[in-house]
Design a protein around this ligand. Structure first.
Ligand code: DX5
Length: 235
């Protein structure tokens, strides 16, 4: 999509889901050293998704070890109940799933009232239309490219038209909104997601399985994303 809108900066956001949970502070430091732009915490409650992960105290324990932005991907029911705890734990940005609360507009307002930056996430089956009336409350929209709950799943390429639709919507409205994708992002998929309009790329497995290590994985993904974004801008 040729657009005179400036491309938004590419950001690599690791998921710590595949990290060694026995030393998460060191793992965060290794990610910072590897050159990531932020860290995503996949918060799961065993209800919204069939998995259970990080409570606020775990994140709070890691907070002093790095200076990176912490974003909490809240894959939880009733996020209103928990969100303040994750802000107090040191999360700078909270990602609320559109499907997780009846009162999404109010919940995103609560994130801002708690002093954090707000973002909204869409599961694969949820249309862009579900969030068009809250785009003024968020700095980012996360388009899930897997069904949430686990790392290491296959990328759902049919989400690319949804990313493109969302990108065209935010450009048309002149909104400074990042588009994040999460799930199955790696060397073979990051180009399609970025060409469609994503600029914040969450990767877990692809970072930790790179035989040349985290630093190589981060720089390789960044280079692929920047090349794809440049190509899309001139298409
Ligand atoms: C799903 C999780 C995963 C994770 C990244 O709920 O949100 O998408 O962050 O997983 P990979 O990069 O291993 O697919």
């Amino acid at each position: 999509m040729p657009s005179d809108a400036p491309s938004r900066p590419i950001q690599i956001a690791p998921s710590v889901l595949p990290a060694d949970f026995s030393k998460l502070g060191e793992e965060c430091q290794a990610l910072e050293k590897a050159g990531v732009d932020r860290i995503q915490w996949d918060v799961m409650d065993g209800q919204f998704v069939p998995n259970l992960t990080f409570g606020p105290d775990v994140i709070a324990a890691c907070r002093p070890h790095v200076d990176l932005l912490f974003e909490a991907h809240l894959m939880v029911n009733t996020p209103e109940v928990l969100l303040e705890q994750y802000v107090q734990a040191g999360c700078d940005l909270l990602i609320v799933h559109a499907e997780s609360t009846v009162h999404l507009h109010r919940c995103l307002g609560q994130v801002a009232d708690a002093g954090a930056r707000a973002a909204v996430a869409l599961n694969p089956s949820t249309p862009v239309a579900a969030i068009e009336h809250v785009l003024d409350l968020v700095e980012m929209v996360l388009v899930m490219t897997v069904n949430p709950g686990f790392g290491g799943q296959a990328y759902i390429a049919t989400m690319e038209p949804k990313v493109r639709e969302l990108r065209e919507l935010v450009v048309r409205r002149g909104l400074p909104v990042d588009i994040e994708v999460d799930g199955g992002i790696g060397p073979d998929t990051i180009g399609g997601a970025t060409s469609a309009g994503a600029n914040v790329l969450v990767a877990g497995s692809a970072l930790y399985r790179d035989p040349e290590g985290l630093e190589h994985a981060v720089s390789d993904l960044r280079a692929r994303a920047e090349a794809a974004q440049a190509g899309a801008a001139t298409a």
